[in-house]
Design a protein around this ligand. Structure first.
Ligand SMILES: C[S@@+](CC[C@H](N)C(=O)[O-])C[C@H]1O[C@@H](n2cnc3c(N)ncnc32)[C@H](O)[C@@H]1O
Length: 277
């Protein structure tokens, strides 16, 4: 691993994550024998607009129960499980973080979904799968940590069957630079590699994909963060939350994301890329 990947890996490596989530569920009085994807939503969908965005992506993707889908950069698997839960398809998630993948697997067993949902720790730049292995790919807010966009997209295209879709929901740069740090995906600029939407589009097409949908979701992201205030004093953290994944300074990170959106330093793109037949 080079130094930048090591820093990113260590950023996404909280200790004892699974047990902390179980403690949170217990604090909330949730019966562990009857946990649902919605119970885990405050912690396991680590992206802008959470389950609302995931449900929009499920609709956009149109993946069906006979398909095997790859979730690249799946975190602890919230959207991986939601996709399988809503459509009945089989989903494999991969992520750089061993700690996230450990929690993803154990939470999936807790929900008794292990027959349809499985996980591997690996890099999006070196997927341990054959060519043309998957009926679809989705990737939700991972590209920010990947410097080699074309390397990631070519690897995604390689494992996808011809004619099939990759659904991407990704933070990009915008008109203005630099971004304000820390943000939820990076403590500082050394871990964040944002390119503006037009360059992202070029990276997708130069990796072998056509584009069948391109939706700018920046305004919706700005609306979702419009009320986030600059934190003052010690944070009051809920029993379950993405601070468990990204650190107790999550309120500062969320406020900086609001500023980056309002000051046109960050944008949010939802797109469908298609591998040619
Ligand atoms: C903001 S989180 C999003 C997680 C998940 N997609 C979700 O929406 O809950 C970004 C994720 O990308 C993963 N990641 C970053 N760089 C990666 C890489 N090169 N290969 C695989 N995963 C990576 C991180 O470990 C982290 O889980």
């Amino acid at each position: 691993m080079d130094n930048s990947i090591k820093n990113i890996h260590s950023y996404y490596s909280p200790n004892d994550l699974y047990n902390k989530i179980i403690e949170g569920l217990n604090t909330l009085g949730i019966d562990l024998s009857d946990v649902t994807p919605d119970d885990l939503q405050p912690v396991d969908e680590f992206h802008i607009r959470g389950d609302t965005a995931t449900n929009e992506l499920i609709e956009l993707a149109g993946f069906t129960s006979d398909m095997h889908i790859l979730d690249v950069g799946c975190g602890i698997g919230g959207s991986t499980r939601r996709l399988s839960h809503e459509t009945g398809c089989r989903v494999t998630g991969i992520d750089l973080s061993d700690e996230y993948i450990d929690a993803a697997g154990r939470l999936t067993e807790l929900l008794n979904m292990q027959d349809r949902v499985d996980f591997h720790a690996c890099s999006a730049l070196e997927l341990p799968f054959d060519d043309d292995a998957f009926d679809g790919v989705w990737s939700i807010q991972m590209n920010m940590n990947v410097e080699d966009k074309v390397g990631w997209l070519k690897e995604t295209c390689r494992v996808l069957k011809p004619g099939c879709k990759a659904v991407l929901y990704e933070v990009c740069g915008h008109k203005n630079t630099p971004q304000i740090f820390p943000v939820p995906w990076a403590q500082d600029a050394s871990m964040s590699f944002l390119i503006p939407p037009d360059q992202f589009r070029d990276a997708i097409t130069s990796s072998g994909f056509g584009i069948s949908a391109w939706n700018d979701k920046t305004d919706l992201a700005a609306q979702a963060f419009a009320k986030v205030q600059e934190p003052v004093g010690e944070p009051k953290l809920p029993a379950l939350g993405v601070y468990m994944l990204a650190g107790k300074d999550i309120s500062t990170k969320a406020y900086n994301l609001r500023c980056n959106l309002e000051q046109e330093r960050v944008s949010l793109i939802e797109t469908v890329a298609v591998k040619p037949q």
